[in-house]
Design a protein around this ligand. Structure first.
Ligand SMILES: [Zn+2]
Length: 115
């Protein structure tokens, strides 16, 4: 899994709105940990969002396998005031996958270059 390794760059354990540490997925995760159904190392949230940081007008000119930066945020909801906030921020790198563009038939004119 070293190809897609993420590194934690920040963690927040208190709601920025009210300072509570009670959060939705986190509290359910704690229940599961107490039952032995979830490993102690797991940090849970309601949603993980993020993606690669690439210029969409240039990605088609990049070689498959090029290392591109990836960022993600794990978010959860405060049980006391409803604020949705990030509990973990991560960044890493990923090898660029094959571009999902249909191949041009032979003899097609080159598409116009943007930028
Ligand atoms: Zn709160």
């Amino acid at each position: 899994m070293s190809d897609n390794e993420q590194h934690i760059i920040a963690e927040f354990d208190k709601c920025p709105g009210c300072g509570s540490t009670n959060r939705l997925a986190g509290s359910v995760a704690d229940e599961q940990k107490a039952k032995g159904l979830l490993g102690e190392d797991w940090k849970m949230g309601i949603y993980q969002m993020g993606g690669v940081i690439v210029d969409p007008t240039k990605v088609n000119q990049m070689l498959v396998g090029t290392r591109v930066p990836v960022v993600s945020a794990l978010v959860d909801v405060c049980l006391d005031c409803g604020t949705i906030y990030a509990v973990r921020l991560e960044r890493g790198e990923r090898a660029l996958q094959a571009v999902q563009m249909p191949p041009l038939p032979p003899g097609s004119p080159m598409p116009p270059m943007s930028g």
